[in-house]
Each structure stands twice: as structure tokens, then as C-alpha cells.
Design a protein around this ligand. Structure first.
Ligand code: CP
Ligand code: NVA
Length: 313
């Protein structure tokens, strides 16, 4: 809703581009679409949807490709898009070439400012498939998974431990607050969330009955939590693995941390997972882990998001 660009077109560049009511609407639709997987055809024609990557991907690539096909459309999947299609062209030029031909643009790239530039000039919805700053499609899938396993998001406590400064941490803060969750981030100095994101999430939480907090102690964050979540310690494009591993090792999600959570707690990881680093093998493969449901829900949540974006009045 805050996104720039022509009137009425809505984009999904970060989690709070959907209001709490709109996020719930998309999640309800995702649930319905999971039950009736081939019953929704907004891209019948077929219309094309551009799915553009400047970083590697397995889940995002497969789920958008598959989902757009199931919605009756043609996925146009391009890797290394900036190099291959852009060749030094600004995003605003690519936006105006694409939007005359495709029904929506999905982009995984580096800087958030790039996708904002794309959205400012595109006359079709632009969807963030991960930037350095946010991974909002992943959080929709995570919220769908929480609803499936715990029956609700409002009032649920989610503890994220590890790199508090990455895209997943920022999206959990914004998307979780939007869903009325209590989001706790445990991270050490140097790996703390962006203050502006934290402030925005706190403001959203005031309206939804949720809350956000940042602590140094992972055990304190996990205490009684209904959801434990983590992510890689070295995101795509980052260097300094050794230093990052040393700083973040105390934040590993292991059996001892899971034991502090609520008895019914579930464990989330957006994948790819690095066993022995941010999560142990036994927890990832254990009975609390719902990571395969979570990965599947990328398909349903993104189909619902695209459907919602292109069929709005
Ligand atoms: N979780 C996720 O976005 O996976 P990919 O990087 O494989 O798309
Ligand atoms: N934080 C990770 C998420 C991967 C899906 C990264 O940006 O590499």
C-alpha cells in the first residue's frame, strides 16, 4: 500500500505492504487453494509472469514456476537477469519493457532499492522474491505453516535466533507483527536488526496485539515459544564465514534450545539448511520440524498472493 507507482497497482516488496486484514485474506486464500489446487486460473489466456533471478534459488524458482502454471499462466523464468536482460540498463527501463507483456513481475535481487525502482515504473504488480533486506514470500509460507500446525497466528510467540540483521529476520519482524505474533529475535552485537525495521514492526504490533523484542540470550528468547526459527548464518552475497560462525555459534537451534520452547512448539527453517551450524541434524530431521510443509507452502502462499494482486478490483 505504501509502494510507489501508478495508482491502484499493488506491489509486494516487503511484508507490511499487506495490511493485517489483507495478509489474513491472502492466507485464507492460500489455505483454500491448497485444498483446490487447480481450481484458480487468473492467468488463463495464457498470460505470462516474469520470474527474474539475480541470485541462486531452488524453492522460489520451482514454486513460482509451478504455481504460475497451475494458475493458467506461462512462467518466464530468467536467471542472471540483470546481466542477461539488463546489460547495464536501469531497473526502470526493464520495468517498462516487461509490463507491456507480462501480468506480473517477480524478482530476486540484491538491493531493496532496485525492486523499489522496478515497482515505481511498472504498471503490473511487482513481487519481492528475496532481496538483501526482506524475504516476504517466505514469511507468507511460514505463516500458512504456523496456521496449519498451531491453528492461529495471533498471540503466537515466534523466537528467531541467529543472524538478526538478515532478510529473514527483518521479514519475521514485519510479517509476524502484521499477523499479531510476538516476535523475539535473539542475536549478538553486530548482527542486530535494522532499527527502522524494528520501529516499524513495533508500530504494527501495537495495532495487532503482537509485540517485537530483541535479546542477546537465545535461551531467553526460546523460553515458552510456540515457534523456533532460524536461517543460514551466511546469506547469499555475504563473506567472512569464519567470523560469522564464531559469533553466531551460541545461537544454534539444537535439542537443548528446543527443550526450552513450548511442548507443542514447531521448528521452521526456510532452507537451504546448514546442519551443524544454525541448526543441528537431529532438530532439522526431528518430530518438531515442519520444514517440508513450510517449503511446500511457498507454492500455495505465492499462488494466493499472485491471485490476490491481479484480481483486485
Ligand atoms: N527458502 C528459499 O527462498 O529457498 P531458495 O533460495 O532455494 O529459493
Ligand atoms: N538469508 C538467506 C535466505 C535464503 C533463502 C539468504 O539471503 O541467502
Amino acid at each position: 500500500s505504501q509502494s510507489p507507482g501508478p495508482a491502484r497497482i499493488r506491489h509486494f516488496l516487503k511484508d507490511d505492504d499487506l495490511s493485517p486484514a489483507e495478509q489474513a485474506e491472502v492466507l485464507d486464500l492460500a489455505e483454500a487453494m491448497k485444498k483446490d489446487r487447480f481450481g484458480y486460473r487468473p492467468f488463463e489466456g495464457p498470460r505470462s509472469v516474469a520470474v527474474l533471478f539475480d541470485k541462486p534459488s531452488a524453492r522460489t524458482r520451482v514454486s513460482f514456476h509451478t504455481g504460475i502454471g497451475e494458475l493458467g499462466g506461462l512462467p518466464l523464468v530468467v536467471d542472471n537477469v540483470t546481466a542477461l536482460m539488463g546489460r547495464g540498463e536501469p531497473a526502470k527501463d526493464l520495468a517498462r519493457v516487461l509490463d507491456r507483456q507480462v501480468a506480473a513481475i517477480v524478482w530476486r535481487t540484491n538491493g531493496q532499492e532496485l525492486i523499489e525502482e522496478m515497482a515505481a515504473h511498472a504498471r503490473v504488480p511487482v513481487v519481492n522474491a528475496l532481496t538483501d533486506a526482506y524475504h516476504p514470500c517466505q514469511i507468507l509460507a511460514d505463516l500458512q505453516t504456523v496456521r496449519e500446525h498451531l491453528g492461529r497466528t495471533a498471540g503466537v510467540t515466534l523466537a528467531y535466533t541467529g543472524d538478526g540483521a538478515n532478510n529473514m529476520a527483518h521479514s519475521y519482524l514485519l510479517g509476524g507483527a502484521t499477523a499479531g505474533m510476538h516476535v523475539r529475535v535473539a542475536a549478538p552485537d553486530g548482527y542486530l536488526p535494522d532499527q527502522a525495521v524494528l520501529d516499524r514492526a513495533a508500530a504494527i504490533a501495537e495495532g495487532t496485539g503482537g509485540s517485537v523484542s530483541v535479546v542477546a540470550d537465545p535461551a531467553a528468547a526460546a523460553e515458552g515459544a510456540h515457534v523456533l526459527a532460524t536461517d543460514t548464518w551466511v546469506s547469499m552475497g555475504q563473506s567472512g564465514k569464519e567470523e560469522r560462525v564464531a559469533a553466531l555459534m551460541p545461537y544454534q537451534v539444537d535439542a537443548a534450545l528446543v527443550a526450552r520452547a513450548a511442548p507443542e512448539a514447531i521448528v521452521l527453517h526456510c532452507l537451504p539448511a546448514y546442519r551443524g551450524y544454525e541448526i543441528t541434524e537431529d532438530v532439522l530431521e526431528g518430530s518438531r520440524s515442519v520444514v517440508w510443509d513450510q517449503a511446500e507452502n511457498r507454492l500455495h502462499a505465492q499462488k494466493a498472493l499472485l491471485h490476490w494482486l491481479v484480481t483486485r478490483p
